[in-house]
Ligand binder design. Structure first.
Ligand code: GNR
Ligand code: NI
Length: 169
């Protein structure tokens, strides 16, 4: 169990497209443990392996306040989705910035869990939004990609400045 460093925008590694997991073994389960430690410590409600510079299709989530519902999605796929909604999102890789993002309202997802079992889930609300946000990470996408070029540029400048100050501190 270990807390790993989370990459921050505009780190180009966040643009990597993650590869599917072939076998859910102890190495993957160790990665999942580290991802929960990292997500809970941040704190966040979801984390994609991409954000800790591991380019395999693994996502962890827990929407509860008391960390009581950890969920693991390996090789997640959206089989179907519909409706539309818009809500404020944040991202651990874009610290301090929040904005409205257009998303599908509901999703039907297939994924594999930490025991290697395939499951399907139909959901809406925050869980549906979060799954879409995390699968985007696995595809090298960030929520600010849905915003205007101007907003993206402002966020990039702000985070670049923060990174410069952090590294010279
Ligand atoms: O902690 C997080 N909160 C959040 C809020 C609204 C929509 C998506 C998210 S995911 C985010 C953690 C994160 O960056 N996951 O990739
Ligand atoms: Ni994110």
């Amino acid at each position: 169990m270990a807390i790993r460093d989370i990459l921050s925008y505009p780190d180009p590694r966040l643009r990597t497209v993650a590869k599917p997991v072939n076998t859910v073994d102890d190495v993957i389960r160790g990665l999942v443990d580290d991802m929960f430690d990292t997500m809970y410590e941040a704190p966040g409600i979801g984390l994609a392996a991409t954000q800790i510079d591991v380019h395999q299709r693994v996502v962890v989530m827990d929407l509860t306040e008391d960390r009581s519902e950890p969920q693991v999605f390996i090789n997640p796929e959206i089989l179907d989705s519909g409706g539309s909604c818009k809500g404020q999102e944040g991202c651990l890789s874009i610290p301090g910035y929040y904005d409205d993002v257009p998303r599908a309202e509901w999703v039907h997802v297939r994924a594999v869990d930490q025991h290697g079992r395939t499951f399907e889930l139909e959901t809406d609300g925050l869980l549906a939004v979060c799954i879409q946000h995390e699968i985007d990470h696995l595809d090298g996408k960030l929520f600010i990609d849905y915003l205007s070029e101007l907003k993206r540029k402002r966020v990039r400048k702000k985070l670049e400045k923060q990174a410069r100050h952090a590294s010279t501190a």
